[in-house]
Design a protein. Structure first.
Lengths: 181, 192
């Protein structure tokens, strides 16, 4: 069994709502974290990110001027001087699937829909600590691998090309239907 | 903090993408503990959150007042970009926080209001009563919580607002399939 040594982790919290920041700080301190820096907007968070070099970023989405999505995109700059690989947990009131996809495509590592719970937050942190995913860099994306697992039932072309993986051979739906008869 | 030295990156290149792996920089914070380990960080955090609960009613009242102030600004000056944004953020914060603060029905009503702001083709064409009823419902749920029959009434109220909102939005977006899809899509949060 594994446990996280929270007092060795440095967090950056970004949320414009002071009540939510207080809740997050309370939860992280209860887990055992000692270092949790806070910002109330994305621009300040980006400055703090460069200055404090946090291990994990927890950010809200909807914030004035410079939101959590933009913060994620700014952190995920492969050629930046800062660390573009830090795990980003997006904690948000948005709860539709389309938003999850948009956050994922901005390089967010984990998505946690509010209302917040101690268990939900702990599980996301455990996941980024214990199961980091490789990063993928394409012309249009830089961030954690968006494929969390292999889907053997996937039907369709392989969208990533290159080397021997250029085309993933998949039986057609018709072949599948025939073989199941 | 946990990663004093960045791990060496290993890059595997393909025709249109690179796969970048590095030794887990946070591996050092993972501690192997015996199954008998009694430490319960989640339980500890839940207790700490319960310790904050004495402040939740006050926090909720502050959030509801912020929403009312944003609505009052719209009644004075109309749906300017800033006013719309502030109304949305105030409602969105309540949507996210209210259940944690013990006001799940206020969160549901705020979600319904967020949907109007996000999906109405023209906010000036939304019946002003529809928005006003949402604001009043949230205020009522927050202010009247101590009464015994409030929880059931609040649930009925928020469900009723959501039903009317969905009916309005479905009709208003009948020619906007991308909005219609978003309106009809299920939430990723399980229904209680």
């Amino acid at each position: 069994m594994y446990r996280i040594d929270f007092n060795k982790l440095r967090f950056l919290i970004c949320d414009d709502n002071p009540h939510m920041r207080r809740i997050l700080r309370t939860l992280l301190h209860s887990f055992g974290a000692r270092e949790a820096y806070e910002s109330e907007d994305g621009a300040t968070a980006l400055e703090m990110y460069t200055h404090y070099v946090p291990d994990i970023v927890i950010t809200d989405w909807a914030m004035p001027i410079f939101d959590g999505l933009e913060l994620a995109q700014m952190i995920r700059q492969p050629d930046s001087k800062g660390n573009p690989y830090a795990p980003i947990i997006m904690l948000t009131g948005h709860s539709d699937k389309r938003r999850v996809t948009v956050a994922r495509d901005a390089g967010v590592t984990e998505f946690l829909a509010k209302p917040i719970s101690a268990k939900g937050l702990y599980q996301r942190i455990l996941n980024v600590v214990a199961n980091p995913r490789p990063f993928i860099k394409t012309k249009t994306y830089f961030g954690p691998d968006r494929r969390r697992n292999t889907n053997n039932a996937y039907i369709g072309p392989e969208r990533r090309i290159g080397g021997e993986m250029e085309v993933m051979q998949q039986p057609s739906l018709l072949d599948k239907a025939r073989s199941s008869v | 903090m946990a990663k004093e030295k960045p791990g060496k990156l290993e890059v595997t290149s393909f025709a249109d993408h690179h796969v970048i792996t590095q030794p887990n920089p946070l591996r050092k914070v993972l501690l192997r503990v015996p199954e008998s380990d009694l430490d319960d960080p989640v339980g500890r955090a839940e207790k700490a959150l319960a310790g904050l609960s004495g402040e939740f009613k006050n926090w909720m009242a502050i959030e509801a007042d912020r929403l009312s102030a944003a609505h009052a600004a719209i009644l004075r000056s109309g749906f300017t970009d800033d006013a719309r944004e502030e109304l949305f953020r105030a409602a969105h914060d309540i949507k996210g926080d209210a259940a944690t603060f013990g006001f799940p029905s206020a969160g549901a009503a705020a979600e319904s209001l967020c949907r109007i702001i996000e999906h109405a083709p023209d906010l000036d064409q939304v019946p002003s009563d529809l928005i006003r009823h949402h604001i009043n419902a949230i205020q009522a749920i927050v202010r009247e919580r101590t009464k015994l029959d409030t929880a059931a009434t609040a649930g009925v109220l928020s469900r009723s607002l959501r039903g009317i909102t969905d009916e309005f939005l479905t009709h208003a977006n009948r020619d906007r399939p991308e909005h219609l899809e978003a309106i009809l899509a299920p939430s990723i949060i399980p229904v209680e």
